[in-house]
Ligand binder design. Structure first.
Ligand SMILES: Cc1cc2nc3c(=O)[nH]c(=O)nc-3n(C[C@H](O)[C@H](O)[C@H](O)COP(=O)(O)O)c2cc1C
Length: 328
């Protein structure tokens, strides 16, 4: 049974990867993920705001008495304790690379192209095998045009690519008017991989306190549908690795993502629910399904159900929508 594969040019023993999340925030968690059989580990993100907080704190120390970092404080209320954040993160990368045998992918999370992207180089110098760039951006300014938003993604990617030689994957949300074209633009701009999709954590309203509350629910398997659609459309049409993220609970979702055309499948929620050893269950489930279906190489199933491979490509488009409505 051949499960090994490549992602961002990195050889992996199988296609299931631990995505950025709380478990990969500590060296102990990273060790547990490797013991649990993760093929690669994406570290929890280093945030632009964390880097800015530290820079502003340093400036503030230099010009004692000013209160210039108030905005960053609102992102990270415990900024005083986190002041060493970026340096801690670099140490985490160094240690993770030293103690594990699987690729370590550092994650940078930001939305501007200035003042923090030089951390990409520091992460490379710390030994990261690749970078995942999460551009988490909600264009809440109603005057912002779609083209400007797209340009922002390209500028952040450009700035990061200019700093490093290791592969860079970009993690994106689905909310572009033409996602396929956006994906191509980013690949043309140098993205080595696309991670689909970022989950946006929409706020909720607390009816007792009448306040806006953050809400973070772990994902459910039906959330694979939207990434599945776009991975199926993009497979074989972009010259970049494709990672699926969102909605994995069992090996069923892993297999579907691979059939649609993902090179690797990532998971966080399932590991938070079941512990890092759940990774091994996912790998076993994939291997068993391959035996049952007569596959002996994971490369054979990858993309077998992509839009380019299925007999009815329209199933990915409007025709399917009409069929679905009529079938109710
Ligand atoms: C508690 C928590 C923390 C997360 N932290 C990060 C992060 O630091 N950076 C990031 O890019 N994604 C982060 N994510 C998103 C996950 O990497 C993943 O993309 C998302 O949870 C969807 O995958 P899942 O359905 O397997 O959970 C986090 C998710 C959770 C639940």
């Amino acid at each position: 049974m051949k499960l090994d594969t490549t992602y961002l040019g990195l050889p992996l023993k199988h296609p299931i990867v631990a995505s950025a999340g709380p478990i990969s925030q500590t060296l102990d968690g990273i060790r547990q993920l490797e013991d649990g059989n993760a093929a690669a580990i994406v570290l929890s993100s280093l945030f632009e705001e964390q880097i800015r907080s530290e820079n502003e704190l340093a400036e503030q120390r230099l010009s004692a008495g000013t209160d210039s970092f108030g905005e960053s404080l609102s992102y990270f209320p415990d900024v005083a304790e986190r002041a060493a954040g970026p340096e801690d993160y670099l140490n985490l990368v160094r240690n993770a690379v030293e103690v594990t045998d699987v690729p370590i992918i550092a994650s940078l999370n930001g939305m501007t192209n200035e003042g923090w992207v030089d951390y990409a180089r520091l992460l490379q110098d710390a030994g990261a095998d690749a970078l995942e760039l999460n551009v988490y951006y909600i264009p809440a300014d109603v005057d912002t045009m779609g083209a400007d938003v797209e340009q922002r993604y390209v500028e952040v990617l450009d700035a990061v690519k200019a700093e490093v030689t290791i592969p860079v994957a970009i993690k994106l949300g689905p909310y572009f008017s033409a996602f396929g074209s956006m994906a191509r633009i980013l690949v043309d701009a140098g993205a080595d991989g696309l991670v689909l999709f970022n989950r946006f954590y929409q706020p909720d309203i607390d009816l007792d306190t009448l306040s806006i509350t953050p809400s973070l629910d772990l994902s459910e398997p039906n959330e694979i549908r939207l990434p599945l659609l776009w991975i199926g459309v993009l497979a074989g049409r972009v010259d970049a690795s494709i990672a699926a993220t969102s909605g994995v609970r069992t090996s069923e979702q892993v297999i579907k993502y691979l059939l649609a055309g993902a090179d690797v499948v990532m998971t966080t929620s399932s590991l938070l629910r079941n512990g890092p050893r759940h990774m091994a269950d996912l790998v076993r489930g994939l291997a068993q399904w391959m035996v049952d279906k007569g596959y002996d190489d994971v490369g054979q199933l990858r993309g077998a159900m992509s839009q380019r491979q299925v007999q009815d490509p329209a199933a990915f488009e409007r025709a399917n929508y009409i069929k679905v409505l009529q079938s109710y």
